[in-house]
Design a protein around this ligand. Structure first.
Ligand SMILES: NC(=O)c1ccc[n+]([C@@H]2O[C@H](COP(=O)([O-])OP(=O)(O)OC[C@H]3O[C@@H](n4cnc5c(N)ncnc54)[C@H](OP(=O)(O)O)[C@@H]3O)[C@@H](O)[C@H]2O)c1
Length: 326
């Protein structure tokens, strides 16, 4: 005689636990899409940025969003945001902090002024660290919490024309790698997300703030495509929804990876450009940006000691041998 097994009714998935999340950069392309996704999934999202009007519109469309007017370079504004969030979470503080505020400064390294260089680091590095410090203590004391830092594939390799931006993201990667190990004993997780090119206003803002003509002048001959972010990369930009999905995953999954780099092409390019010998990687980067390397392109200086006059004459193959030594 055979007994028929009674089918076990499928158990409904447990409802996701609502989290308290602060997302900086919430008025921008990536931040807005991520805040909307997290709020629509039932979490309480404190949306931080400087433009109050943008945040108000976002909150009006998504009931789970609370605007927090916040300049990440202003310690008083960060302290005010901390008080506001502590009050609104009944003293609990944050479960997740997503640091997405960022700016992009474009231009050859020499042409980017000292104030622009500092501004790049003020937002992308010092601002991110200041916000992180402000919200860490309750997470550490509870033994739970998560910091998600939005870096970039340019936090893994640098291209001509965005070297200062890459420097700020390299620094953010280094600080995050150390922080992840420092906070692990306290049960606080640190996650890096490294987007490729995403279609957002970041690039138009950067193009509008390019260094002045005088600073760019000497580079014009060798940058025929101009100093904007490479067109061919912008044409292949991914949508904000793809990166918002990755950020939501990094913020919410029980065991997050240390790094998320969405997009097969981004993963392959990063692997290639960080593994190849420098000279080979440089050749690819030059093609991506469309910048010339021949000293003949730079005009000779009036006294005849400019690059044309000073450029060494290479025998065929000599350049390659020199490169192999680097
Ligand atoms: N788009 C891409 O292809 C790409 C690729 C890799 C990484 N990323 C990174 O992703 C993040 C978001 O970029 P996005 O593309 O969404 O750029 P975006 O559309 O220009 O948004 C930038 C956000 O940062 C905020 N922000 C800038 N300065 C701030 C400050 N001092 N204090 C507070 N908030 C500030 C802006 O808000 P307010 O102006 O209202 O303050 C805005 O919400 C950045 O960290 C960026 O480096 C972007």
């Amino acid at each position: 005689m055979t007994t028929q097994a009674t089918p076990v009714p499928a158990r409904p998935a447990p409802p996701p636990v609502a989290r308290f999340i602060l997302l900086t950069g919430a008025s921008g392309g990536i931040g807005r899409a991520t805040a909307a996704r997290l709020a629509d999934a039932g979490h309480l999202v404190f949306a931080g940025a400087r433009r109050a009007g943008e945040l108000k519109a976002l909150a009006a469309a998504h009931p789970g969003i609370r605007p927090v007017v916040l300049d990440v370079t202003d310690q008083a504004a960060i302290d005010h945001a901390r008080h506001q969030i502590t009050d609104q979470t009944g003293g609990h503080g944050l479960d997740v902090l997503i640091n997405a505020a960022g700016i992009l400064v474009l231009g050859p390294v020499e042409a980017v002024s000292d104030p622009q260089t500092r501004a790049q680091f003020e937002v992308n590095l010092f601002g991110t660290l200041a916000v992180t410090r402000a919200f860490l203590a309750p997470m550490r004391q509870r033994g739970a919490g998560r910091i998600v830092n939005v870096s970039s594939i340019l936090g893994r390799f640098a291209l001509p024309g965005s070297g200062i931006y890459a420097a700020s993201k390299f620094a953010l990667e280094a600080a995050s790698d150390a922080l992840r190990l420092e906070l692990a004993p306290f049960g606080v997780q640190v996650v890096l997300v490294e987007p490729g090119v995403i279609a957002t206003p970041l690039y138009a803002r950067a193009a509008a703030a390019l260094p002045d003509d005088q600073a760019l002048g000497p580079y014009r001959a060798s940058w025929p495509a101009g100093f904007g972010f490479p067109e061919r990369l912008l044409r292949a930009a991914a949508s904000v929804d793809t990166i918002a999905a990755t950020l939501a995953e990094a913020a919410l999954v029980p065991c997050p990876r240390a790094r998320y780099r969405p997009g097969l092409r981004n993963r392959l390019n990063t692997r290639l450009l960080t593994a190849l010998p420098t000279r080979s990687a440089d050749r690819i980067k030059i093609r991506i940006v469309g910048v010339a390397t021949s000293p003949a392109l730079a005009p000779p200086s009036p006294d005849g000691t400019g690059p044309q006059a000073a450029a060494p004459q290479h025998q065929p193959g000599e350049r390659r041998r020199q490169g192999a030594r680097q």
